[in-house]
Write a protein that binds this ligand. Structure first.
Ligand code: C5P
Ligand code: C5P
Ligand code: ZN
Length: 523
């Protein structure tokens, strides 16, 4: 049962955690490797540095027995788990740990103890209204109100976890955090097109590669899949350029393509009206317009730790010569919350979480350079993985188990060792949101675990509609994996697990049954 909403209780629990940290002589911060985990780790680290508390940070893929053992053996007095920990609460030592997390809580644990801060305990929804970075920020602010300037990083964490996706804007406690950041001028909130690449993509590429929703069908009357493939598609590119030129938009200034963020208000309005008209004419109507237009979050270049003039001394990333144009992924990636989060994911998901942390701590030179190169690599890997599942028979998504049993409620694919276990969940989410991939069932994705063990990494993704109909992937993933000797958890809309390789069939049957029950009308 969900407890009554109690923001005061939530903040009081953050105060108790801050107290515990304040009296610690040394701390080990352990965080998750995704954008939310990296921003959470950075917020914790900055707050501890400011409080003069010696500490180290460690970024982990998941909190398994090995990682818990490592934390236990570490000499630090206190271990601060950020963006993870709640799911394995019964295995952690309440005397030594602080946990700032937003995942579903281990059902076999007494959730409330001093040092455990989780919105679910107080009727706040951790999957939509506050992220791991957000919870960590609330504790940082209790440690010292001066840490209010860390709020912008918490917004990046929330956006990294898709918390603005459902309503087209941040909701719930995230609005308090957003208000903190806006009050310091660290973030500007605008209503705009909610597409990726406002700050860095040439405006025609911004439209051409839009994926949520894909705009090319309205611009070219053509194919939608270019959305997910960064593969150059000359027809779409020309169609996007023609569309803009017909509207009288100048796409190139001096020798540089203009980005969406460089257009004037009037120019944006002209383009948006034309797009909206075409969408309405197509009969797709308001739901798509609602997905397209919403809040976007522009970050100030002056985040904590960043040198004052870093944006005036541009750091070139690798040029994209394959595109044959002047586009350079520029350092302006850090001016958009979504792009910033993607940059951090690109670091963390490919074993360079420490680079992402350095960027969050203010490094705008070497770390930013490495991070931008990581981003190119990340994009390529995502594109290749999506291609594989869409076009290769060996990898395609199925509704029949390997042993031939029909699944009633899920679809799955197996990335084997061809898709890294750290990105298989992102791939599943992108496929489920892709216009030419079926979204009538939750998608379960497997990949060989990257640690050399004989285990499988599982990622599950659902849609908001499925959640409204009863889907809770976190509980299904936890129960089905435990049944076959694995472990898992997460959120209702997105969850993950690790299971023994030889139990794939049993796991599929179990999770299919659990989800069938969740989604049956009488449940
Ligand atoms: O571990 P963590 O909570 O940070 O992971 C959340 C993940 O859930 C994100 O990486 C994102 O891929 C996924 N998600 C999603 N759709 C949502 C919310 C979250 O795919 N609406
Ligand atoms: O790894 P993936 O992106 O699929 O993770 C989705 C969600 O499930 C994340 O919130 C992650 O923290 C959670 N998860 C978990 N236990 C695992 C794997 C993932 O709680 N073994
Ligand atoms: Zn998170």
């Amino acid at each position: 049962m969900t407890p009554a909403r109690d923001v005061y209780g939530f903040e009081a629990s953050a105060e108790r955690a801050a107290e515990k940290l304040r009296s610690s002589s040394s701390v080990l911060v352990v965080g998750h490797i995704d954008a939310d985990g990296i921003t959470a780790t950075s917020i914790a680290s900055l707050a501890l540095t400011r409080a003069g508390i010696p500490h180290e940070t460690r970024s982990v893929k998941k909190l398994d027995a090995d990682e818990m053992g490592r934390a236990e053996a570490h000499p630090a007095q206190t271990v601060w788990f950020v963006d993870l920990g709640s799911g394995v609460l019964s295995k952690l030592d309440p005397d030594r740990c602080v946990i700032t997390d937003h995942h579903r809580i281990d059902p076999s644990a007494a959730g409330e103890w001093p040092g455990h801060v989780n919105p679910h305990l107080f009727g706040l929804d951790g999957s939509s209204e506050i992220s791991g970075a957000g919870v960590t920020y609330v504790v940082a602010k209790k440690l010292d109100p001066g840490n209010i300037d860390l709020s912008a990083l918490a917004v990046v964490g929330a956006v990294g976890d898709f918390q603005e996706a459902a309503e087209g804007r941040l909701i719930g406690y995230n609005r308090v955090i957003l208000g903190d950041a806006a009050s310091l001028g660290l973030i500007t909130v605008e209503k705009d097109l909610r597409l990726f690449g406002r700050q860095t993509r040439p405006v025609h590429a911004f439209l051409q590669y839009s994926s949520e929703p894909s705009l090319m069908p309205f611009i070219a009357g053509g194919r939608g899949e270019a959305a997910l493939d960064d593969i150059e598609d000359e027809d779409d590119r020309m169609a996007a350029i023609d569309f803009l030129e017909d509207l009288g938009i100048t796409i190139r200034e001096k020798d540089e393509f203009r980005t969406w963020s460089q257009l004037s208000f009037e120019e944006k309005r002209t383009i948006i009206s034309a797009l909206v008209n075409r969408i309405i004419d197509s009969g797709k109507g308001l739901p798509m317009v609602r997905r397209l237009i919403g809040e976007v979050y522009t970050l100030s270049p002056g985040l904590p730790g960043a040198p004052a003039d870093w944006l005036l001394t541009p750091i070139d990333g690798p040029t994209d010569k394959a595109k044959g144009d002047l586009w350079r992924p520029s350092a302006k990636v850090l001016l958009d919350a979504k792009e910033f989060a993607t940059l951090l994911n690109a670091c963390g998901r490919h074993e360079r979480a420490e680079v992402g942390i350095q960027v969050c701590l203010g490094d705008r030179r070497e770390a930013l350079k490495v991070a931008m190169a990581q981003q190119d690599d990340h994009r390529r890997k995502l594109r290749d993985a999506i291609e594989l599942v869409k076009n290769s028979p060996d990898f395609q998504a199925r509704t029949v188990t390997p042993e031939g049993r029909v699944l009633r409620s899920i679809r799955y694919f197996h990335g084997g060792s061809s898709i890294e276990d750290t990105i298989v969940g992102i791939v599943a989410g992108m496929l489920l949101g892709s216009p030419d991939f079926p979204s009538d069932r939750p998608l379960i994705a497997f990949a060989q675990a990257g640690d050399g063990s004989c285990a499988l990494k599982v990622s599950g993704r659902g849609t908001r509609e499925m959640v409204r109909n009863g889907l809770d992937l976190s509980s299904a993933m936890r129960s089905a994996s435990e049944l076959v000797g694995g472990s898992g958890g997460g959120h209702n809309i997105a969850a993950g697990a690790t299971v023994p390789e030889e139990r794939e069939e049993d796991f599929l049957l179990a999770i299919d049954l659990l989800i069938t029950v969740q989604l049956s009308p009488s449940a």
